[in-house]
Write a protein that binds this ligand. Structure first.
Ligand SMILES: [Zn+2]
Length: 207
């Protein structure tokens, strides 16, 4: 299995991994111009290793409904600009959706990335979390409140230690300050076939 990325707005698959499986190559250069946008400043970012931004597309072949600098909402990181397969050009990974992005004390944070860290911490956690974004818009200067289900075999008496471990792990992996609150396993619906919203705008009985 390899990763691909695309959509039906301009075509089907615009990005796909080669056998090296270390990021997706652009596979649509003759049909779609792809640029990288800084969603905050509105500036176009050069395709360089380590660059991050939202991809915007201009379709060259569409006639009746042209799309010019169409905002995909996909926020990506440029892994490299060369590859062992011989392809040149940007090789990318999608980090999250621009619509979901939160800005915590100047750091871009994606709910899906927090979810991945919490999932990696099973069995200390139950792999389930929610973010409480109880502020206006997407930006906060405070710590980000994250509610995490403790693993079914964890003693609630050890919550203080577990809270510190999770906060440190989030800081190390995603470079932001979290305020973690622990709740019992199976408090929330698990992500499954149906999508669940990771972000809550309020949570009245914060433990
Ligand atoms: Zn390659």
């Amino acid at each position: 299995c390899t990763e691909m990325l695309g959509g039906t707005d301009l075509g089907v698959t615009y990005w796909a991994e080669c056998d090296a499986q270390s990021g997706m190559h652009m596979v649509n250069m003759d049909y779609v111009i792809t640029e990288l946008l800084d969603p905050e400043s509105g500036q176009i970012i050069p395709w360089e290793k380590g660059a991050e931004g939202e991809m915007i597309y201009t379709a060259l072949g569409r006639q009746a409904s042209p799309l010019v600098r169409f905002r995909s909402g996909d926020y990506i990181e440029v892994i490299d600009t060369e590859c062992s397969c011989g392809r040149t050009g940007p090789k990318i990974r999608c980090t999250g959706r621009t619509d979901d992005m939160l800005i915590v004390r100047g750091a871009n944070v994606f709910p899906s990335a927090i979810n991945s860290v919490i999932t990696e911490m099973v069995p200390d956690t139950n792999g389930v979390m929610r973010i409480v974004a109880d502020f206006e818009g997407h930006t906060t200067q405070g710590a980000l409140t994250v509610i995490v289900e403790r693993g079914p075999n964890r003693d609630p008496a050890d919550d203080v230690t577990l809270k510190k471990i999770i906060e440190q792990r989030l800081r190390d992996s995603l470079v932001f300050k979290a305020d973690v609150h622990l709740v019992a396993a199976d408090t929330f619906e698990k992500p499954g076939a149906a999508k669940v919203a990771f972000v809550l705008r309020k949570y009245p009985d914060l433990p």
